[in-house]
Design a binder for this molecule. Structure first.
Ligand SMILES: Nc1ncnc2c1ncn2[C@@H]1O[C@H](COP(=O)(O)OP(=O)(O)OP(=O)(O)O)[C@@H](O)[C@H]1O
Ligand SMILES: [Mg+2]
Length: 160
């Protein structure tokens, strides 16, 4: 049986930490579907289309990975795309509480829902989209944290 994993998130924008996780998941599962949530309540910097487009370009090197935008419940998206496993990332203990709650709530909504947690390589453990956006807006250097494609998009949004 083929195993498809869904990796949901906001990806506003996709970082090297996300890329590291997708690469690891792609080595474990047959297909990885990166699911980018519209997430209107988070008021993202980039539109859903821009986030999907950047993620597609950044992840183009991984053959068994596809990128989709979605709104609505992640459990619903996973069901529609035959995703039997959801991948999430743990950077530090601080991620654990929210991720644990989310995994349990998701399984409450759909009892077949399984969450698998992956950890990134140490040098990516302190990267978040929020920090990258904040640094970039203030003119800081983010080239170590994001793909050059994303760096160029962030530069356009710099507060000069
Ligand atoms: N550097 C990273 N290493 C490992 N996992 C990560 C990393 N960044 C994000 N993740 C995980 O990827 C999933 C999706 O995260 P999300 O899109 O919210 O990114 P984020 O960097 O946390 O963004 P934000 O700061 O906007 O919340 C979550 O499970 C999150 O824990
Ligand atoms: Mg987050």
């Amino acid at each position: 049986m083929k195993r498809n994993a869904v990796y949901p998130g906001t990806f506003d924008p996709i970082t090297n930490g996300h890329h590291d996780l997708v690469r690891r998941a792609a080595g474990i599962f047959d297909q990885v579907i990166v699911a980018i949530a519209a997430n209107a309540n988070k008021t993202p910097m980039f539109t859903l289309e821009q986030r999907v487009d950047m993620a597609r370009r950044v992840l183009a090197d991984l053959g068994n990975v596809s990128v989709h935008g979605y709104s609505g419940l992640t459990v619903e998206f996973a069901r529609q795309h035959q995703g039997s496993v959801v991948v999430r990332g743990l950077r530090a203990v601080s991620d654990f509480e929210f991720e644990f709650q989310l995994a349990n709530m998701s399984r409450h909504l759909d009892r077949n829902f399984e969450t698998v947690f992956l950890t990134p390589q140490e040098q990516f453990t302190f990267i978040s989209s929020t920090l990258v956006r904040e640094i970039a807006v203030l003119g800081g250097d983010v080239h170590e944290f994001v793909h050059p494609i994303v760096e160029a998009e962030l530069r356009k949004r710099r507060r000069d």
